[in-house]
Ligand binder design. Structure first.
Ligand code: SF4
Length: 325
């Protein structure tokens, strides 16, 4: 049974050219995306900035409204729920953010930041039970329980991310969307936070959608990885298979740019020409065709590639992707 099943999800933002004008154009930030996450699994999501990965993460927890599609969490469609119904269920899916400081109220103590989540969902019967639970959560994320009366500005970036994780854990979620949770941290602190997330997953069976632009980090933490380009998923595979044998030319280029990930095969660096096209007017056919080093015309510029299985649990959207022998 899947914990999360995303079906044909779209998030299109209207572009207005004046205060009174009606939107005639839309930024297609997420455009027909489908995938599944099993209980306790980590699914990685990589892609360049602006590819839509953060919007996808936010749409899953309903921090942005989906335009179309379904987001089935334990079989219930979060995308179709009223705001009130969604709030009731938010306990089961949480999000942690790239910039922990901006997501923590600077005027609240840690006890109130973490305790607020307990209050919203009625998870503490008394003031003392609330304080005890906050102390437990601080210790669970490697912080001293005595910090409960301090404020966010008194902590380092890594400690703030731990506070954000403690707040998410307070409601005992089954899924956490981790949006670039280590990108703003020093490398040594990144490793500590990754280890913490892995320990918590083992203890509590939490599933993660782990969003990052750093392929090395994603490969380390994820069982499966999907690659996003211009609002669409272009490849999905088990982490090791994706790194060893990427099928999509965009994934090949991403991997070739990270020497520590590509140590085994030592591929030649693939430098993609041009910039990512506008998500308002994505190219016809394969969206990657203007930058693809192996594009075949007219096929790639006119026909959208099918999402097809190229190997065991390995999927790619490319007309020329080779299947495993
Ligand atoms: Fe390149 Fe064509 Fe494959 Fe798109 S479908 S990735 S343009 S070869």
């Amino acid at each position: 049974m899947n914990l999360l099943e995303v079906q044909n999800l779209k998030v299109h933002f209207p572009v207005k050219h004046g205060v009174l004008s009606r939107a005639r154009e839309f930024v297609k930030a997420v455009d027909d995306v489908s995938f599944r996450i099993a209980p306790g699994e980590t699914l990685g999501l990589v892609g360049e900035s602006g590819c839509g990965k953060t919007t996808l993460g936010r749409a899953i927890v309903r921090l942005v409204e989906p335009t179309a599609g379904r987001v089935l969490f334990e079989g219930e469609d979060i995308a179709a729920m009223s705001a009130g119904e969604c709030r009731m269920r938010r306990r089961r899916f949480q999000m942690i953010f790239q910039d922990p400081y901006s997501s923590l109220n600077p005027r609240m103590t840690l006890e109130d930041i973490i305790g607020e989540a307990l209050d919203i969902h009625g998870l503490a019967e008394s003031k003392s039970a609330r304080a005890k639970r906050v102390a437990e959560l601080l210790e669970a994320v490697g912080l001293d329980a005595a910090y409960a009366q301090r404020y966010p500005h008194e902590f380092s970036g890594g400690q703030r991310q731990r506070i954000g994780i403690a707040r998410a854990l307070a409601v005992e979620p089954k899924l956490i969307v981790c949006d670039e949770p280590v990108s703003a941290l020093d490398v040594s602190v990144q490793a500590q936070i990754i280890n913490l997330l892995q320990d918590l997953q083992q203890q509590h069976g939490i599933a993660y959608l782990f969003i990052a632009h750093d392929l090395a980090v994603v490969e380390h933490i994820s069982r499966r990885v999907m690659v996003m380009y211009l609002g669409r998923i272009v490849e999905l595979a088990e982490a090791k298979a994706l790194i060893r044998s990427p099928k999509h030319p965009y994934t090949q280029a991403l991997i070739s740019a990270v020497p520590e990930v590509d140590a085994e095969t030592k591929r030649q660096r693939i430098v993609l020409p041009g910039d990512v096209p506008s998500p308002i007017h994505p190219p016809p056919g394969c969206r990657f065709h203007p930058r693809c080093p192996i594009a075949q015309q007219p096929l790639c510029a006119t026909a959208s590639p099918e999402w097809r299985e190229t190997g065991k649990n390995h999927w790619a959207a490319c007309h020329l992707a080779k299947s495993d022998a």
